[in-house]
Design a protein around this ligand. Structure first.
Ligand code: NAP
Length: 484
């Protein structure tokens, strides 16, 4: 196993455009370790010209890549899956260093992130069209799927590998080229991935990575360039809205995986121990820094105190806060000081509005951006924490009386990514799952992410799906050929 120093020295820190290249002007920016605040390394700071260079490279090989047989594309994706798996510990340590999450969380992400290459290596050969006789008898209808063309992917810091591979896997499988602009907080994982893709046989120019500290300026020329055919974004709703507006100028095709505010609904008839276990996963996966994280717990009054007490017990007895690289740690630091301030503020706002602090609630002194597992009960409906995405290990709990009230409270948000429901009553589970205004619902499960399932939201959580058989459709255009 490599040491941290050896690992960091092995990561490319230049831009990846057909291989490692310096940014125009030679600028760089710092990458920090959230557990210490220290600088890990510096990476190339792309200028707008560099983004255009990456698009030139993508356009140059687009036709050739699209013409490569789907079997061959699939074999390359499969080789990347094998390469990531073989270097899982390196990826895990790298993510823990740049993003902060505990090593077991990073290992989970490596498995999850790599799986998009395996899944889409299999989907590459299953892109089908259709052939039929027109019902009117006037000819034949042929429906043919073609790659959209060069794509831009903009990804967030919370899952530095998986949020990239969920886009790269299907794009490459469909025959598209892709430029990735990773989050400036966590650029290293994508740079390592680009190096592995190249070693696995991916032709130069098919995948580029442009790291930058000024995302808006660097992506603007791409959004303005008619050669770019698709923008796929994962990140906050606020930035997603801005990007949709910018993309509208060129009627660029877009997919938007945006913010969440997941309700976790527990009914009186639920298996409470299972609900507590599910709540631990739904709340603490990725330290609460997940768009799928349970943001608020709606618990029916008959089991409200039992659920709350058991969740306090579970969190206080199992969560170990510390640097992600420490083997004993289960909860690492938050990504940044800004994020720590946001989480602290939301908790303070809830407490001053009348919520009861049942666990945690106070950040330890530094270094690093640590926040403890926190539980709030009796949270009043107007508290900001129920409306805004917390993105930290904080569980606000509120009671409800009737099924209708529980469902209405769960749906009372602009977001619509995922929701969770715990009940032993199958009729109720289906009724609630159908009534919840979210793109995904976990029934008696605290984790729903699966590369074989269509991930995505409705309302302010965006549109488009990643994973499943739907995921590749985002990178395909439908052509109708009318035959005589
Ligand atoms: P963010 O601030 O929206 O940033 C996401 C990405 O967009 C980063 O690469 C960022 O670059 C870039 N960006 C920011 N402003 C931009 C602009 N004007 N033009 C072009 N790019 C721009 O989100 P985040 O804080 O990294 O991630 C957390 C958010 O992502 C949460 O809301 C979470 O719910 C959401 N998320 C959603 C999903 C999903 O599948 N629905 C999955 C994971 C996360 P910089 O890093 O340089 O700012």
């Amino acid at each position: 196993m490599m040491s941290e120093r050896e690992l960091l020295q092995s990561i490319p820190t230049q831009l990846w455009i057909g291989g490692p290249v310096d940014a125009t002007g030679g600028g760089t920016f710092e990458v920090h370790n959230p557990a210490t605040g220290e600088v890990l390394t510096r990476v190339a700071d792309a200028m707008p010209e560099d983004a255009v260079r990456a698009l030139d490279a993508a356009v140059a090989v687009q036709e050739q890549w699209a013409a490569t047989s789907s079997r061959e594309r699939g074999e390359i994706l499969r080789a990347v899956f094998e390469a990531i798996t073989a270097r899982a510990e390196e990826f895990a340590l790298l993510m823990t260093l740049e993003m902060g999450k505990a090593l077991p969380e990073s290992r989970n992400e490596v498995r999850y992130g790599a799986e998009f290459f395996r899944w889409f290596s299999e989907e590459a050969v299953r892109v089908h069209g259709r052939y039929l006789h027109a019902p009117s008898g006037t000819g034949r209808i042929m429906v043919h799927k073609q790659p959209v063309g060069p794509c831009l992917a903009i990804t967030p810091w919370n899952f530095p590998l998986a949020m990239g591979t969920r886009k790269i896997g299907p794009a490459l499988a469909a025959g598209c080229t892709m430029i990735v602009k990773p989050a400036s907080a966590t650029p290293l994982t994508m740079l390592l991935l680009a190096k592995l893709c190249s070693a696995a046989g991916l032709p130069d120019g098919v995948l580029s990575v442009i790291t930058s500290s000024h995302s808006g300026a660097v992506t603007q020329p791409l959004l303005d360039d008619p050669r770019l055919r698709k923008l796929t974004f994962t990140g906050s709703t606020e930035v997603g809205k801005t990007l949709v507006q910018k993309a509208a100028g060129g009627l660029l095709r877009t997919s938007m995986e945006l913010g969440g505010n997941a309700p976790f609904v527990v009914f009186d008839d639920a298996d409470i121990d299972a609900a507590v276990q599910g709540a631990m996963l739904a709340k603490l996966r990725n330290g609460g820094e997940a768009c799928t994280a349970a943001n608020r717990f709606h618990v029916q009054n008959g089991v409200l105190e039992e659920f709350t007490t058991k969740l306090v017990e579970a969190m206080s007895s199992t969560v170990a806060l510390g640097p992600g690289t420490d083997p004993a740690t289960t909860l690492g630091p938050l990504i940044s000081e800004d994020q720590l301030d946001i989480v602290s503020e939301l908790v303070e706002d809830a407490v001053s509005a009348g919520a009861r602090l049942r666990l945690g609630g106070k950040a330890p002194s530094g270094p690093g951006w640590f926040y403890p597992a926190t539980i709030l009960s009796d949270v009043p409906p107007h508290a900001r924490i129920l409306r805004e995405e917390v993105f930290g290990p904080v569980a606000p709990i509120v009671g409800f009386e009737t099924e209708e009230q529980g469902l209405a409270a769960a749906n009372d948000t602009e977001f619509g990514l995922v929701s969770y429901v715990y009940t032993r009553d199958l009729d109720r589970a289906l009724r609630i799952a159908e009534g919840l205004e979210t793109g995904m619902v976990g029934v008696n499960r605290g984790v729903i992410s699966d590369p074989a399932a269509p991930f995505g939201g409705v309302k302010a959580s965006g549109f488009g799906r990643e994973g499943g058989t739907e995921g590749i459709e985002e990178y395909l255009s439908t052509k109708y050929i009318a035959l005589n």
